[in-house]
Design a protein around this ligand. Structure first.
Ligand code: GLU
Length: 427
């Protein structure tokens, strides 16, 4: 997972874009870049490795302009070199992309036959080439964006600049999250609200299949049919967490020390500490009646699920099947619509976990989400949301989110045991 930032501003943007990229560093990356439009011309700086390298490039050769897009890349297609770093430029179009264009090879062949000359080894460049092609064919900017999205398959968060429109960023989401920030005469785009926290706390999250045209004073959002849609504007709490590392050497250390506090927050949501009772688990999932539980998650969250399985089986006498979500989604297992399924994801945006969730939903199962981000897609698509209340985890290796996941799973297993009569009140 890497990062995207965009600003349609009144003031120069390059420094603010660089600062926002730093707030996305926690997602991991191997190169970075910024593009702006100034005096009617696109320009960019890119660098391999850490953001200090990009900063050094910008110091040598600053970038002017009050509109820009920026990117931290975690390479999937093509080496992590400056040449492959985003933004990609093709004939007056600039593109940054998170994710993978799955049909890039077929599109590349098709465009090459029409004379396109590819500059990079990335899958992303087909997006810029397609847009440039459609513009040359006479399409307007929006029309070209819409036509491009109809051709591209896969997972993407995209931000696009057209050189002939220095007051608009276009964006699209299908998979990786994208948040639009509303400012005062300026608008922002970011992979999450943390990236945008110093600029604004008023956020509109794009949903899969949305694309947007962002100007200085507002945003128009469209669906895949090109119809205008509205998405709610929410006040984000990310700014409250924009704390620095304090006396700690790094965020991971800080987050390890935060565990006692956040675990007690998490447990207080599920346990009444006054009378020492587990609160009823959920009105939406009837744990007394479900014959079995399917748990699905990726990475560290999967490890939490493995432990959760033991607890649900031991305390609630509830049979649990657990799968890595990337296996589950392709396994096409037969499922009973009487069962429930639990999905564990820190961000609530894990693509494989979300795909598994949708598979279970299609089969009529009741869905529970154990997530850290309550506004996330996984939370939104679930019947019951079980927040882990760990606060933002910046360290890439999970610590407090993992232990909070365990705390919540323990509370749920005991709560399910109470509902099923397998744990007595005394116990
Ligand atoms: N697939 C694109 C690339 O390799 C984007 C990777 C990313 O999400 O950073 O350039």
């Amino acid at each position: 997972m890497c990062g995207i930032v965009g600003i349609v501003g009144q003031q120069p943007v390059s420094e603010r874009l660089g600062d926002a990229l730093k707030r996305l560093e926690y997602r991991g990356y191997d190169s970075a870049g910024i593009a702006t439009i100034d005096g009617g011309a696109l320009d960019r700086r890119r660098a391999e490795g850490k953001l200090v390298n990009l900063e050094a490039r910008l110091k040598e050769e600053p970038l002017a302009g009050s509109i820009g897009i920026a990117h931290t890349r975690w390479a999937t297609h093509g080496a992590p070199t400056e040449r492959n770093a985003h933004p990609h430029f093709t004939d007056g179009v600039a593109v940054v992309h998170n994710g993978i264009v799955e049909n890039f090879s077929e599109l590349k062949d098709e465009l090459s036959e029409l004379g396109a000359e590819f500059q990079t080894e990335t899958d992303t460049e087909v997006v810029a080439q397609l847009l440039a092609r459609f513009r040359r064919d006479g399409m307007g900017r929006r029309e070209a964006m819409h036509a491009m999205l109809k051709r591209v398959r896969g997972a993407y968060a995209l931000a696009v600049l057209f050189e002939d429109d220095p007051s608009t960023i276009m964006a699209a989401r299908n998979g990786p999250p994208l948040a639009i920030g509303h400012g005062n005469g300026e608008m922002f785009l970011g992979s999450d609200a943390i990236a945008l926290a110093p600029f604004t706390n008023e956020i509109t999250y794009l949903v899969d299949g949305d694309w947007a045209v962002i100007g200085k004073t507002g945003v128009h959002i469209f669906d895949m049919d090109g119809k205008v849609i509205t998405r709610p504007r929410q006040v984000s709490t990310a700014a409250a967490y924009m704390v620095d590392k304090g006396n700690h050497r790094h965020f991971m250390e800080k987050e390890i020390y935060e565990q006692p506090e956040v675990i007690s927050h998490a447990l207080s949501h599920y346990i009444n500490f006054i009378d020492h009772r587990v609160l009823p688990v959920s009105d939406d999932i009837d744990f007394a009646k479900v014959p079995s539980l399917a748990i699905s998650a990726c990475g560290t969250a999967y490890l939490a699920g493995l432990i959760g399985k033991y607890w649900f089986e031991r305390y609630a006498r509830l049979p649990v099947e657990i799968d890595v979500a990337s296996e589950f989604r392709y396994r096409e297992i037969p499922l009973s619509s009487q069962s429930a399924a639990l999905f564990i994801s820190q961000s609530g945006e894990t693509a494989d976990t979300l795909a598994s969730l949708r598979y279970c939903k299609d089969h009529g199962l009741k869905i529970g989400a154990v997530v850290n981000t309550r506004e996330s897609t996984i939370a939104r698509e679930s019947d019951a949301v079980f927040p882990i209340l760990a606060g933002p985890e910046i360290g890439v290796a999970s610590t407090k989110a993992f232990t909070c996941q365990l705390a919540v799973l323990a509370a749920l297993a005991i709560g399910a045991g109470r509902a099923r009569g397998t744990v007595s009140e005394q116990e």
